[in-house]
Design a protein around this ligand. Structure first.
Ligand SMILES: [Mn+2]
Length: 358
């Protein structure tokens, strides 16, 4: 297992690489270049400089997140071929500089969705929160506006302004796309991109829908074990893999997260994990809790044990943290609570490893 940390790039993250390096047991980062819109090629020289910069601080950069899939690919529009070619070029460019895993998602229109980015908890910390009741009174346009207003001026992955400015048009186009059609469009994408990944030595890792159910009646096909089985069967290759995000998949209590890790780990199809805890408050209502098992509703020991038993060589990062100790920053991506999370997960890991060696 390699413990990593998400980092948004110099000038785009309140957390420095120096601080990340000081977290015990941190091997590297999961990086991203969010200056590029979905469908654009990530240029080779920019990737080269980015990786060299991270390496110079004593950290690895083997995982890249948020190489976003252009909406036209998900919609199956004729223009998709151009964007698929660009995607292949980006994969090849990333592989040249040592990237082994590329995390992406196949969520139409919306990426992750929360109804409050700074919900106050009883202990004075704040966190991301979702309540389906709040969504019911909102249009998709409302939620985009609310999320942008609460971003604190930080870019939020999946909420790129240029993409969302076309929201009305995009929502109209999705009226003709049901789950079967979306899966068909997904297959078209994977059939072209996965062979390029195999050749380049990169594993594509799809991130689950967050939350793990459809929103605003838009189809979503990556939030249950059965759906992921279908996705993995579209192109049966180790390069067609998952980034199992425990907090996204686990937002729905019907998903047994440790069992899902075992299922896909045994199939050899987990390339990376985001590990976070969630606390259920009611039907489709939850907040992102501290990583500790007792702070939320997921069993973090069982999660790490399932990783150890079925995919021990994977990349992990502590996912979203709360804002604690007065820290201000990008929602979910402060330093302190994620560092605590990494340390806690490393502690669980040490105990699991030592217990297994006895
Ligand atoms: Mn995640």
């Amino acid at each position: 297992m390699k413990m990593t940390f998400r980092w948004y790039g110099e000038g785009n993250d309140a957390v420095s690489l120096e601080y990340i390096k000081q977290i015990p047991g941190m091997s590297g980062i999961m990086g991203l270049l969010d200056q590029y819109a979905a469908g654009e090629v990530w240029p080779e020289d920019v990737i080269r400089d980015y990786v060299a910069h991270v390496n110079a601080k004593g950290l690895e950069c083997e995982v890249i997140e948020s190489v976003n899939v252009h909406e036209d690919i998900k919609l199956g529009l004729p223009s998709r071929d151009k964007y698929i070619e660009n995607y292949k070029t980006t994969i090849r460019n990333l592989a040249k500089y040592g990237i082994k895993v590329v995390i992406y998602n196949f969520m139409p229109v919306f990426d992750w969705l929360k109804t409050d980015l700074g919900k106050a908890l009883a202990d004075g910390s704040s966190t991301l929160y979702y309540n389906e009741e709040d969504i019911k009174g909102m249009t998709p346009q409302d939620i985009v506006r609310a999320t942008a207003e609460k971003s604190g001026g930080y870019t939020l992955p999946g909420w790129e302004a240029d993409r969302l400015s076309e929201l009305d048009k995009t929502l109209e186009l999705y009226k003709d796309v049901d789950e079967d059609k979306l899966l068909e469009n997904y297959q078209y994408f994977l059939e072209q991109v996965v062979p390029v990944c195999e050749e380049a030595g990169v594993r594509l890792a799809v991130h689950p829908d967050d939350p793990a159910w459809p929103v605003f009646g838009i189809p979503r096909i990556t939030h249950t074990v059965e759906q992921f089985d279908k996705v993995l069967d579209l192109v049966d290759s180790p390069a067609n893999a998952l980034c199992l995000c425990t907090g996204s998949l686990g937002s729905n209590p019907d998903n047994d997260v440790p069992a899902a890790i075992r299922h896909f780990g045994e199939r050899g199809r987990i390339a990376a994990l985001h590990v976070r805890n969630v606390k259920y408050l009611g039907e489709r209502e939850f907040y992102e809790a501290a990583h500790l098992t007792s702070a939320g509703s997921l069993d973090m020991y069982e999660i790490m044990k399932a990783v150890y038993d079925t995919c021990p060589d994977t990349y992990i990062r502590p996912d979203h943290g709360r804002m604690i100790w007065g820290e201000k920053g990008r929602a979910g991506y402060g330093l302190y609570d994620r560092a605590l999370g990494a340390t806690y997960l490393n502690g669980l890991w040490e105990a699991i490893v030592k217990n297994a060696e006895q």
